[in-house]
Design a binder for this molecule. Structure first.
Ligand SMILES: Cc1ncc(COP(=O)(O)O)c(C=O)c1O
Length: 483
């Protein structure tokens, strides 16, 4: 006994001794009323100082796990930890359909797996090498010293006030008329979308969206009992005529659109189409959830105002913003800008679900933005991604026999191969050569897109990019020869 104590360097040793003894007591290795070694003995056995053992014993006594008898030493208390022998449940029988569906649609578990060392084009996360950690640390220290302990207490469901104010101005600068609108901070786009979808009435279960569309959004819609109905896309966004036809033939609860640097196609909806789309949805009284996640990652062309800005004083657009691509996805901060009345309900939903998004994260992010770092970071990120984007485009054009390629910005390109080529067959061949990408079919609402693929380039080095795309091209050619 006491021979397997292995302390780590970066944690107080007395706490490790305490936890070690606690584990032995709770597991029953040390039994009730058993005498513990004297502090001197234990310090020798564990190779720690006697003071360390004295402090550990004092803490264990305070927690009621041991007791001292004057002149006799320390003993294990009669522990109240009772374990029944082996009552076990089969949790697969206890979970509901929603949990089952979430598991089935979980791409992290059932999607393509790649091993270390492979060239992966699957991610569209930002490259963490670009993150300016020193300014983030400075923002953390600045905010903590300004606000102190209050940052660690409960905050407001709607969000951290200075950040909300900052984002309202930010959206105003994008041309949004804030009259009658309000903002709510969320844990990224994903939570915001889930909250909105869960709040909207399900008079009928259809939701109109682009086809293909964001896989996570489709998953959330289905988990909430909605069925996404996808409308084909053209080079300048959703196919207007097909949208018009769908709206005239069927009732829709709401629309979900990604007008700028759409995922997965990277397409930007033209300003003219934005106005036409807004007018169409207005005619059929269908609200729009606008996903603006990628808006800032523009490498060429002029700024295109979001739908919510084009809608002026209208209140039918619910805008969802996120810092996941343009800053740091790990802090999980996004926002909903929408009609005040809707935000009022969403505030209550947020409070009921998670109370609020971490105040500390919001406050540090606010300080980071306030210090002017965002503009500097965006400039740097844009120039790095633009270079990568151009390299990816060049490589795809040179090496892949493709039918169509789209992507005007953002962190990915979308490739359409000849109809008779299956991207999953290409993937199988690429996998054996150590290259992976996302097959496009996962983004389609209607089982289509078997001949498409998405290439995320943000986290791939230049050499990997050239080598990986060359290999993809060879696999496509091989598949073409075989069909
Ligand atoms: C279409 C789309 N919207 C939003 C997001 C961002 O989601 P979140 O803010 O939850 O990280 C992503 C991330 O990949 C996305 O592809």
């Amino acid at each position: 006994m006491f021979t397997d104590f292995r302390p780590v360097d970066d944690r107080p040793v007395y706490i490790q001794v305490k936890e070690y003894l606690k584990r032995m007591i709770t597991k029953g290795i040390l039994q009730a009323d058993q005498k513990l070694p004297s502090t001197r003995e234990l310090s020798t056995l564990l190779h720690v100082s006697r003071n360390t053992v004295i402090t550990a014993y004092a803490d264990l006594e305070e927690e009621g796990l041991i007791y001292t008898v004057k002149g006799k030493g320390s003993f294990v208390s009669r522990s109240k930890i009772v374990t029944t022998s082996s009552y076990r449940l089969d949790w697969r029988q206890k979970i509901n359909d929603k949990a089952r569906m979430a598991e089935e649609m979980d791409l992290m578990k059932h999607g393509i797996r790649w091993e270390k060392g492979m060239i992966s084009f699957t991610s569209i996360a930002p490259d963490e090498k670009l993150f300016d950690l020193s300014n983030f640390k400075r923002a953390f220290l600045d905010r903590i010293s300004i606000e102190g302990e209050i940052l660690l207490n409960y905050g407001y469901a709607k969000g951290y006030k200075p950040l909300m104010e900052y984002l309202l101005r930010y959206m105003e600068n994008k041309g949004v008329d804030l009259t009658g609108k309000d903002i709510l901070i969320t844990n990224g786009f994903t939570e915001g979308f889930d909250m909105i979808v869960s709040a909207l009435s399900r008079e009928n279960a259809s939701v109109i969206c682009e086809n293909p569309t964001h896989h996570t959004a489709m998953k959330i819609l289905r988990l909430n009992g909605f069925e996404p109905v996808g409308i084909e896309m053209e080079q300048d966004g959703i196919h207007l005529e097909k949208l018009r036809r769908a709206l005239s033939e069927q009732l829709f609860c709401f629309a979900y659109l990604i007008p700028s640097y759409h995922n997965p196609t990277g397409i930007v909806m033209s300003p003219e189409k934005r106005m036409a789309v807004l007018n169409l949805f207005a005619k059929y009284q269908v609200p729009i959830i606008e996903d603006g996640f990628n808006e800032e990652l523009r490498y060429s062309g002029s700024h295109v105002a979001p739908l919510i800005a084009c809608a002026g004083k209208g209140n039918s657009v619910i805008y969802l913003g996120s810092f996941s691509k343009i800053l740091f996805p790990g802090i999980r901060v996004g926002w909903i800008l929408a009609d005040k009345d809707l935000i009022d309900y969403l505030e209550s939903i947020k409070r009921a679900r998670t109370i609020h998004t971490s105040t500390l994260d919001q406050a540090v992010l606010y300080q980071y933005l306030h210090n002017g770092n965002f503009e500097k970071y965006l400039k740097k990120a844009r120039s790095v991604y633009k270079r990568k984007y151009e390299l990816a485009v060049r490589c795809c054009k040179e090496f892949i026999p493709l039918k169509r390629m789209t992507g005007d910005g953002g962190l990915h390109l979308f490739i359409e191969l000849e109809e008779n080529i299956h991207a999953r067959e290409v993937l199988k061949d690429c996998y054996s050569k150590g290259v992976v990408f996302t097959p496009g079919d996962i983004f389609f609402t209607d089982q289509g897109g078997h001949h498409t693929l998405r290439l995320g380039f943000s986290r791939v080095s230049d050499e990997e990019m050239v080598k990986g795309i060359k290999l993809i091209g060879e696999s496509v050619k091989k598949c073409m020869r075989e069909v």
